[in-house]
Design a protein around this ligand. Structure first.
Ligand code: TYM
Length: 331
C-alpha cells in the first residue's frame, strides 16, 4: 500500500522563503525519489477556505489562490506525480470537518497557541471559522487518510489536534484514520529578516518572496540587522543568526561553519557575506521564476491542472466521507 501525503498552504498570495523551505521543499522531497516517489501518493492543495478565517479581500481571493498553484508548479510540484487541487473545490472537506467537530471540545480549540495569536492580531474577528480552523485542517488530512504532512514546525499544534481527532473518531465510531505525523525539512523554522520572530507574510520586512528579483533580494538581505562581525560565540538569535541559517540552507553547512568559525576568530565582513547569500538565494529562485513566467502565459494548462486535481481528490475524499457517515449512523 502506498503511503499518502497531504499538505497545503493558505491562499494569501505569493509564497515566501519560509513557505518554500518549511513546506514546499518537503512536498518535493516526498514527491520525488530518493526519499519519496512511487511509494507515496502525494496530494497538495491550496487552502482557500482557511484564508477566509482571517480578514481578506474577496475580490483578491481567486487570484491569491492561483498564485499559490503557480508557485507550486513553478517550484516543481508535478501534476503527473502529485494531485494538485484547491480545497474549496472538494466540498467533502467541510462535510467531514463538521462530523469531526462532534468529538472536539470548545475549550481544546480555545487553548491552541495558533488561535490565541490570531485573536490577539485581530481582536474584532474572533469568529467560529477561526475557532474551527484546526478541525478543518484535520479534515484536510484525515479525508485522505494521510500519514505524512510536510509542514513547518509552527503547524505542529495543529497536527497534534489531527492525531487526537483520529484517535477519538477511531475509538468512538470504529473508523480507521491513521495518526498523521509531520515531515520536517531542514528549514522547518525560518526566522524573520528583521531578526525577531519568524518569517511571515503578515510582518512587513520579514520575508523574501519566491518571485523577488536579484536586486530586491540583495536589498532585503542588506537590511538584515548585524553587529561588528566578531564575537566570543556565535549569536543564537537576531539578524546574524538569520544570515547563518540562510547560508546553511542555500550554501550548505560547510560554508556556514566556515563563516561561524571566522566570526569567533578573525571576524567576518558582512559586505562580502550578504551579497554571496543573496546570489545563492537567487540561484535557486531564478529557474523557479522562469518556469513561473511560462506558466502565467499558459492559463489553459493551469486551469486544466486545477480541474483535474479536484476530480481526482474528490474521488478519494467522497469515499472517506461515505465510510465516516456510515460509522456515525448517518447512512
Ligand atoms: P500557512 O499558509 O500559514 O503556511 C504554509 C506553510 O509554510 C510554512 N511556514 C514556514 N515554515 C518555516 N518557517 C517559516 N517562517 C514559515 N512560515 C510558514 C508553514 O509551516 C506551512 O507548512 N494551516 C496551514 C495550511 C493548511 C494545511 C492543511 C497544511 C491547511 N490545511 C493541511 C497541511 C495540511 C498553514 O497555516 O499554512
Amino acid at each position: 500500500m502506498k503511503k499518502r501525503v497531504l499538505s497545503g498552504i493558505r491562499a494569501t498570495g505569493r509564497l515566501h522563503l519560509g513557505n518554500y523551505l518549511g513546506a514546499v521543499r518537503g512536498m518535493l522531497e516526498l514527491q520525488n525519489p530518493p526519499t519519496g516517489g512511487p511509494n507515496y501518493e502525494t496530494l497538495y492543495m491550496v487552502a482557500d477556505l482557511h484564508a477566509i478565517t482571517t480578514p481578506y479581500d474577496p475580490k483578491k481571493l481567486p487570484q491569491n489562490t492561483r498564485e499559490v498553484i503557480l508557485d507550486y508548479l513553478a517550484a516543481g510540484l508535478d501534476p503527473e506525480k502529485s494531485i494538485l487541487f484547491v480545497q474549496s473545490q472538494v466540498p467533502e472537506h467541510t462535510e467531514l470537518a463538521f462530523l469531526l467537530s462532534s468529538v472536539v471540545s470548545i475549550a481544546r480549540m480555545q487553548h491552541l497557541p495558533t488561535y490565541k495569536e490570531k485573536v490577539t492580531q485581530y481582536p474584532k474577528e474572533n469568529t467560529m471559522a477561526l475557532l474551527n480552523y484546526p478541525i478543518l485542517m484535520a479534515s484536510d488530512i484525515l479525508i485522505y487518510k494521510a500519514d505524512k504532512v510536510p509542514v513547518g514546525i509552527d503547524q505542529e499544534p495543529h497536527l497534534e489536534v489531527a492525531r487526537e481527532i483520529a484517535r477519538k473518531m477511531n475509538s468512538k465510531f470504529g473508523t480507521d484514520f491513521p495518526e498523521p505525523t509531520r515531515f520536517a525539512t531542514k528549514g522547518e523554522y525560518i526566522p524573520s529578516l528583521t531578526g525577531e520572530g519568524k518569517m511571515s507574510k503578515s510582518i512587513e520586512g520579514s520575508y523574501i518572496n519566491l518571485t523577488d528579483d536579484l536586486n530586491t533580494i540583495k536589498d532585503k538581505i542588506a537590511r538584515v540587522p548585524t553587529d561588528s562581525g566578531k564575537g566570543v560565540s556565535v549569536p543564537k538569535e537576531g539578524g546574524v543568526k538569520v544570515l547563518f541559517d540562510l547560508i546553511g540552507l542555500f550554501l550548505g553547512d560547510e560554508r556556514r561553519d566556515k563563516y561561524q568559525n571566522q566570526y569567533t576568530k578573525s571576524g567576518i565582513k558582512y559586505s562580502e557575506l550578504k551579497p554571496e547569500l543573496a546570489e545563492a538565494i537567487y540561484k535557486e529562485l531564478g529557474p523557479i521564476q522562469k518556469r513561473r513566467e511560462e506558466l502565467v502565459n499558459d492559463p489553459k494548462y493551469v486551469d486544466g491542472v486545477i480541474l483535474d486535481g479536484a476530480k481526482k481528490a474528490r474521488k478519494i475524499a467522497s469515499r472517506t466521507v461515505g465510510e465516516a457517515k456510515k460509522k456515525i449512523g448517518l447512512l
